[in-house]
Design a protein around this ligand. Structure first.
Ligand SMILES: *[C@@H]1O[C@H](CO)[C@@H](O)[C@H](O)[C@H]1NC(C)=O
Length: 244
């Protein structure tokens, strides 16, 4: 909100400058920035999710609104995170989620929660969650976790930050970065993660690269991964897109 106010003030000042025509481009850029800022901060403008729609249904942030008179405590509630969730990947990891799909009251609030259960050596493979940062706490077992920084500047390296976590240890995966968790113990591991998105999204690097529908041309992947095309074909054959 604060940022939006500042941007509004900048506009007013700009509008009052006599050489506005000269600054036309700056004005357009600022307009774009302000629209983005508004979109970013919009969720805080809603006092609560299920918005005021008395006569017809409206979508807010992609979800249906509900007449406030029909909202109950159950719209702000979900259950079952005391147990392992549903199968999540081929490495035996399961996930139980409290996101906007299971807890409608999260709509526009920008937060959600997951529980992960990892069998011994179970892996949550390198992936990104495009819309969130994630803070994870281990409650049982031992996890090796890490994330890799991006290469946004010419001399910037992809740095790996990793750590072994025990019960009570907390680690944060900054927004958009590739990260992973591996159970390095001989027993199962359990972790909970809070995410600053109502629906964080998931991009598993291996699946997106080698298992897309239809597959990415193997020339491209051979170059990108600096391996022979045969190796790319072999990896692609391990993913579902082969049967597409
Ligand atoms: C990723 O690919 C593997 C191998 O094909 C598959 O078992 C797994 O279900 C895929 N994960 C998702 C989320 O699609």
């Amino acid at each position: 909100m604060h940022q939006i106010l500042i941007l509004c003030k900048i506009f007013v000042l700009l509008l009052m400058t006599p050489n506005l025509m000269v600054n036309r481009h700056y004005y357009l850029i600022l307009l774009l920035i302000s629209i983005m800022a508004f979109a970013y901060f919009m969720p805080v403008l809603f006092v609560f999710l299920l918005c005021n729609c008395d006569f017809y249904t409206v979508l807010v942030n992609g979800r249906f609104c509900k007449n406030p008179e029909h909202v109950t405590a159950d719209d702000f509630f979900t259950s079952g995170l005391n147990m392992p969730g549903i199968a999540f990947n081929q490495f035996g990891v399961t996930v139980a989620s409290a996101n906007v799909l299971t807890l409608p009251g999260l709509n526009t609030l920008g937060i959600s929660l997951v529980r992960f259960d990892y069998p011994p050596y179970g892996l949550n493979a390198p992936h990104t969650n495009p819309r969130e940062s994630e803070i994870l706490v281990v409650v049982e077992g031992t996890l090796y976790v890490g994330f890799v920084t991006s290469t946004s500047a010419p001399n910037e390296k992809n740095r790996l930050f990793s750590k072994i976590l025990h019960p009570g240890d907390v680690f944060v995966f900054p927004m958009g970065l590739i990260h992973f968790q591996l159970n390095v113990g001989k027993t199962k591991a359990v972790a909970f993660a809070a995410l600053n998105s109502q629906l964080p999204g998931l991009n598993i690097i291996a699946n997106a690269s080698f298992g897309s529908h239809p597959p990415i041309n193997d020339d491209i992947l051979a170059k990108a991964f600096q391996v022979d095309k045969k190796i790319v074909d072999y990896i692609q054959s391990q993913f579902e897109s082969n049967n597409y």
